[in-house]
Each structure stands twice: as structure tokens, then as C-alpha cells.
Design a protein around this ligand. Structure first.
Ligand SMILES: *Cc1c(COP(=O)(O)O)cnc(C)c1O
Length: 384
């Protein structure tokens, strides 16, 4: 649909996406790249992002959390590799074979069931063994490796893990990377153990965006960036560390802009209340614009009386509480505002911008959550 006919939409910039991927390729070199499209491609829209990634031959893999997301990626026409990071129900493991997926392995029964299926259907499956190195999330401990090795060797179509992986606990939140170094040492030790157990993986991968950007030793044979592909730094600390290390990237370019239109304009008097709970009271005659966006759409209620939106590059502060489907902004000082005029919730407008990072700061969370919570139901429009 054309944006002229929409009241609420997400714009996705294909050129920004390509540019970010080129920046990341400077770190990846000849290594494989696996782009994370979990959480509806970080709220951007899995279908649209997969379509754009499909046009970029440099990307070898997409990674998803769930089987559902893997199916969605296949439906969107993705024929290259898919790694599933999260758990898959035993009853649906058959899909791994039919859809040619690569599951992450951290559970022995799942590996056994998968093994039986590969024997039954005489089909090889690539698996990625998730190693516990100190995040204490998914992952298997050193003591368990020999049990897993046994199962691998029982089933000839499994044979050994294709990949060995881990995930860092404390790489974005700090400029002190001792814990990441500790985890990396653990990872290297566990991989050696896999070798002695005769199930040496073909590839190793540990690097999310922050690790891939900052530390060569984490890149191994493949990197797994997510947030940076979409044009966002994992954190301020990652940006600072990158600069301290003499890095050359000054910015990633956000792929997503969030837009709506003014659907009602009204003049209200001084001393009037605005919205639920009467949390805002005007001190002067005020021109108010009503926008058809609310917390249902992912615009957090914690932005009530706090955030601003942009109209023709001017800031319009949010007044009162964010409602389920609506919100109100003050446009008193923006001359000549018209009904159905375009409003920017995230993105650039003339000389100004509202960023996912700002919304995250205002609502006490991180850019990842602001983006991931944007409703999948909002129409997506791809722009050059
Ligand atoms: C989400 C995720 C990534 C990507 O992380 P970013 O910080 O978005 O780059 C990489 N690896 C795993 C296991 C993940 O869950």
C-alpha cells in the first residue's frame, strides 16, 4: 500500500540496510555472516527484511528464535541457511528435516529424537552445539559433552555438530571486557574437548554485534550480528569501546522509521485536562493533535507526558497518558499544522530526529526492546 493512503506505517530503508551490512563486512572479512531476524526482525518485519537480505548475496544465514519464525522466513522465499537459536518442540522436530533447518542443541533428548529422525529419513542435519561458558542461559556444561558426543556418534546422519557456539553475557553493558575474555577462554577449552571426543565442529561462532565489532578473537568462522544490521549500536559502551580501540565506524544508519498522521486537531482552553487520569493540565490555550497510535502498537505507556514526536522537523510533546490505540501531542507552537499531516514517532524529520535510543532512555529500557515491541500488524513500506 502507498503511504499516502495509510494512517500508520513503518518505513524500511533498503539503502540503510545495505550500508550497515557493508560496514559489518569490514569486520567479517571472508567469514560467513548470519543475520538475526528473530523477534520479527527486531520489530522491523521479518518478511520485508528477509526479502531485502535475499537480494544481498553476502549473507549466508539468517538466525531465528523459533520454528514459527523459520517457517516464516522460508515462506518469504529464503532458500539459504537458517539457524534456529531457541527450543523446538519434540513433536515438531520433523520440520527441521523437511524445511532444511539447523537447530541449536542444548538438550540431550532433543538430540536423540533428531538422531532417530535422521536415521529414519536418511537425511543429514546440521546442528549447532551451544556451549555454556558463563551466561547460564541455554548451553551445555563441560561435564555433559561426552554424553552428547555419544549420541552424535550413534546416528550416522548426525555424526557430529556442524557448529559450536556460545553467547556473551557482558559485552554490551560495559567497557570492561574481562568477563567476555573469561567466556572466550571457556569456549576455546570446550571446543578442544569436542576435538578430543572426536566430534570437532566445522565452524565456531560466538559473535553478536558488539563482539563482532570489537574483538577479532570472537569472530572465528562466522559472525552473528543483529541490532547493528538494523543500524543501531548495541549500546553506548560498545560505541565508546569501538572508538577507544581506534575503530572507524562513526555511525550505523537506522533502517526503520515509524510514522503516523494527525487524525484530529482541536483547540482547548487553559486549565483543561488531557487524557486518562487527568495527568496533564493545560496552562494556556492549546492546540492538540490526536494520533492513532498507542501502547497496543508498541508505543510504550511509560512515554506518557515524556516523549515528543516530530512534525515537519518541529517537536510536539506528548500530553497525558498514552492510550491503548491513541495518543495526544501538543502542536500549539507549530504553525499551520494540518489534519492528515505526517508525524514521525521514530526517525528523521527535516533537521531533527527521534531515535529508538531516546525512546529507550525515556522509558527506562534499551533500544532492542523499543524496536522488538513494535507491533507486527503495522503496515511496512520499503523505501530506497
Ligand atoms: C540475538 C542474538 C544475536 C545477535 O545479537 P545482537 O546484539 O543483536 O547483534 C547473536 N547471537 C545470539 C545467540 C542471539 O540470541
Amino acid at each position: 500500500m502507498k503511504k499516502e493512503n495509510l494512517l500508520h506505517w513503518i518505513e524500511l530503508s533498503e539503502s540503510a540496510l545495505s550500508k550497515n551490512l557493508r560496514s559489518l563486512a569490514t569486520f567479517a572479512g571472508k567469514r560467513m555472516m548470519a543475520v538475526s531476524v528473530k523477534a520479527n526482525a527486531y520489530g522491523h518485519g521479518l518478511n520485508e527484511i528477509v526479502n531485502m537480505l535475499n537480494r544481498n548475496k553476502r549473507i549466508d544465514y539468517v538466525t531465528v528464535h523459533s520454528l514459527d519464525e523459520a517457517m516464516e522466513a522460508r515462506q518469504a522465499g529464503w532458500k539459504r541457511q537458517i539457524m534456529v537459536l531457541g527450543p523446538i518442540p519434540t513433536s515438531q522436530l520433523r520440520e527441521v528435516l523437511t524445511r532444511n533447518l539447523e537447530p541449536t542443541i542444548f538438550e540431550l533428548n532433543i538430540l536423540r529424537t533428531l538422531g532417530r529422525l535422521t536415521s529414519k529419513y536418511k537425511k543429514h542435519v546440521r546442528t549447532h552445539l551451544k556451549l555454556e561458558t558463563g551466561t547460564n542461559r541455554q548451553g551445555l556444561a563441560e561435564e555433559e559433552l561426552s554424553k552428547f558426543a555419544k549420541v552424535y556418534k550413534t546416528y550416522p546422519y548426525l555424526r557430529k555438530p556442524y557448529g559450536a557456539s556460545t553467547h556473551f553475557a557482558n559485552i554490551e553493558d560495559t567497557t570492561n571486557h574481562e568477563y567476555a575474555e573469561y567466556q572466550l577462554q571457556n569456549f576455546n577449552r570446550l571446543v578442544k574437548k569436542l576435538e578430543t571426543l572426536k566430534i570437532k565442529p566445522e565452524i565456531r561462532h560466538t559473535a553478536s554485534s558488539a563482539a563482532a565489532i570489537l574483538f577479532d578473537e570472537t569472530r572465528f568462522e562466522m559472525v552473528r550480528p543483529g541490532i547493528s544490521v538494523y543500524g543501531h549500536w548495541p549500546s553506548k559502551e560498545t560505541f565508546l569501546s569501538h572508538q577507544q580501540l581506534g575503530g572507524k565506524i562513526s555511525h550505523f544508519q537506522p533502517v526503520l522509521a515509524w510514522k503516523t498522521r494527525i487524525t484530529q486537531l482541536k483547540n482547548i482552553k487553559a486549565d483543561e485536562f488531557i487524557g486518562y487520569g487527568c495527568t496533564y493540565r493545560t496552562t494556556k490555550p492549546t492546540k492538540l493533535a490526536i494520533l492513532p497510535v498507542g501502547y497496543y502498537d508498541g508505543y510504550s505507556r511509560s512515554l506518557s507526558n515524556t516523549a515528543y514526536v516530530l512534525i515537519r522537523g518541529r517537536r510536539a510533546p506528548v500530553r497525558g497518558r498514552i492510550c491503548m490505540n491513541l495518543m495526544m501531542v501538543d502542536v500549539t507552537d507549530i504553525k499551520g499544522v494540518k489534519i492528515f499531516e505526517e508525524v514521525t514517532l521514530i526517525g528523521h524529520s527535516k533537521g531533527d530526529a527521534v531515535t529508538a535510543e531516546q525512546l529507550a532512555g525515556w522509558s527506562g529500557t534499551i533500544n532492542y526492546e523499543v524496536l522488538a515491541r513494535i507491533s507486527p500488524k503495522i503496515p511496512r513500506v520499503i523505501v530506497k
